[in-house]
Design a protein around this ligand. Structure first.
Ligand SMILES: NC(=O)c1ccc[n+]([C@@H]2O[C@H](COP(=O)([O-])OP(=O)(O)OC[C@H]3O[C@@H](n4cnc5c(N)ncnc54)[C@H](OP(=O)(O)O)[C@@H]3O)[C@@H](O)[C@H]2O)c1
Length: 326
């Protein structure tokens, strides 16, 4: 009977969100936030609240409190964060820990104070312990040491996840969280140094093709394997979880298939049509050797990813060429 009791929160009050509900998408200009807005618009939601960081600095507690008091959102997708690849995480750890702790804390507390009906906090697969078994199950969180190259970010994100869990437990609020794997897609950050591995590779290949460069350089050995999820699939999962999941435990969102950085680099190279060489700069860090999520929980709830890696990469490369690399 105990298992039945444990399953109860899954079915408690999960329900479709009314299409005219007031929904705040924090970080709506980012990779994830913009995909969530696209998904909500496609699904007929009519009242999406969007504020850029210029209009509302989410690190400013009094501004966040005033915003929640005046706008009174009913649902919150918390996709605002300071995000970046290995270089940015390693170079700006103080900013990563401060910004992400304050953004998470300010929004979660203000949402509780103003009676938000449901909130989804976005964690990240990179906050699981460095050496945990693969594929990674949700229960491995906080069971081992973190990956050093992003521990400041990971600690801040873990604080946000745990806040949702504890606020749910003490105050009975419906704040949930999910753990997306590496994402890519339309609207990504293609900055040469601060971006993630995949958009950085797209940029390098497109630029190398245009400039006729003989080779591009990969950070690290190219051996680590990663799982990549198209961001529109993540947005679909976020709405799915908001409407179908009320549990206390975080939920992994991924594809359950991984590929080495070297292999994904050659796939991008061929999609871009670049004919030069790919060289590895082994003086640069690799990060975690392998990261693959176990997504049986979300699959069992009825969700699965839709876009294959090649198709998602083609869409992203076309978007990059048309919008960033004009
Ligand atoms: N990208 C990935 O591969 C990945 C993987 C797993 C999980 N996630 C999670 O998904 C979430 C979003 O990531 P993302 O890739 O979409 O990041 P992103 O593209 O860098 O977007 C982050 C957004 O956060 C907003 N933001 C940052 N600091 C802010 C501040 N002080 N005040 C107000 N807004 C602020 C930015 O707003 P402005 O544009 O207005 O400045 C931006 O729109 C994060 O929680 C991240 O942990 C991402």
């Amino acid at each position: 009977m105990r298992w039945l009791f444990l399953l109860l929160p899954l079915f408690l009050s999960a329900a479709p969100i009314p299409r005219d509900a007031k929904i705040y998408v924090a970080g709506h200009r980012g990779l994830v936030g913009s995909a969530i807005c696209r998904k909500l618009e496609q699904e007929g939601f009519t009242h999406i609240i969007r504020y850029s960081s210029k209009d509302l600095d989410l690190r400013d507690q009094s501004a966040v409190n005033a915003f929640f008091e005046s706008e009174r959102p009913e649902y919150v997708f918390l996709g605002a964060a300071k995000v970046g690849g290995i270089f940015a995480n390693y170079t700006y750890p103080a900013e990563f820990i401060y910004d992400n702790i304050t953004i998470g804390t300010n929004i979660i507390h203000a949402a509780y104070k103003t009676g938000v009906k449901k909130l989804l906090f976005l964690g990240s697969a990179c906050i699981y312990p460095r050496d945990c078994p693969q594929p990674i199950k949700e229960e491995y969180l906080l069971t081992g040491l973190l990956e050093k190259t992003n521990d400041a970010y990971a600690l801040a994100k873990i604080a946000g996840l745990e806040m949702c869990r504890h606020y749910k437990r003490q105050y009975g609020v419906n704040f949930i969280s999910c753990m997306p794997t590496n994402l890519f897609g339309v609207g990504d950050n293609f900055h040469p140094e601060n971006s993630h591995a995949l958009p950085a590779l797209i940029r390098k290949c497109v630029e190398a093709k245009e400039k006729n460069l003989p080779y591009i350089t990969l950070w690290g050995t190219g051996k680590p394997t990663r799982e990549f999820l198209f961001v529109d699939d993540l947005a679909d999962a976020c709405l799915f979880l908001m409407e179908n999941y009320d549990g206390e435990e975080t939920i992994n969102v991924g594809t359950e298939s991984d590929i080495s950085i070297a292999e994904v680099a050659s796939l991008i190279k061929s999609l871009v049509g670049y004919e030069g060489e790919i060289r590895c700069d082994t003086s640069r860090p690799d990060g975690m050797p392998k990261r693959l999520l176990d997504i049986s929980k979300i699959r069992n709830l009825g969700w699965q990813p839709n876009t294959d890696l090649k198709e998602g990469l083609k869409t992203t490369i076309d978007w990059y060429r048309a919008n960033v690399n004009k």
